[in-house]
Design a protein around this ligand. Sequence first.
Ligand code: KIV
Length: 276
Amino acid sequence: MGTRVVPETLKEMKHQSDPITMLTCYDFPTALFQEAAGVDVIFVGDSVGINILGYQGPQQVTMHDMLHHTRAVRRGVSNALLLSDLPYGSYATSDTAAANSQCLVDAGAEAVKLEGGDRVLEAISGIISKGIPVVGHLGHTPQTREGTRRVYGDRAEEANSLLDGSLALERAGVIAIVLECVPERIARLVSERLEIPTIGIGSGRGCDGQVLVSPDLLGLNDFVFRYSKRYGDLSATITQAFSQFVEEVKGHRYPGKDHRYLIKADELRKFEDLIG
Ligand code: KIV
């Protein structure tokens, strides 16, 4: 039994300069693998839409989708903090944000994440008033900036609003902020100015933790973002295994002698008598 990661752990890790690890997770077996690897935050991201459900973009993801996948992941998580995304449109008002967050918590989430700065401050206060920890998300925010993968914060004005937004989220009480596709120097400066940790994706080495989208890391997607790193080539492994199965069945090489169940000779004779 390892140590449980709770919301307060993230801040402690920042202050101990212990980098926070976070990965997206959409199903039970992957949650078990991530637990075994010691991932700190197991995250049911709305990237489930593109990576698992075959949607065109994050805006198609529903609360129903997030609840279904949060429940599956919950069954595999024991020590990590289970974080779930609030999908597009689910936190438009403070009341809906609080109600939908409660649904995610009932499904097993221990904290929820939403995208945006000033415009989500009311939603955040609604969620926190229910005692639910919130993680913010700034920089590139896929729910509202669909299609573009551009760096956010590489212009002085943008960088300034990113810093202001981060400080506003911290004042509002979020436990951490995901910084997506922010130039390294800006992400580092923001991280230094905050008491709460930043968790970067495509934001360089100055963040207090790193998050990646698991199918990217595992090599399941053809397209690899510049910031991402492939730690495996599951696409090749899976393609090879499926093709070999098809070949062996078509070629009468599977199943073989080792893959069958036997019946004793006297039982077989009895059966043959029974059917005449
Ligand atoms: O849903 C997701 O995968 C995310 C990551 C990009 C952090 O929000």
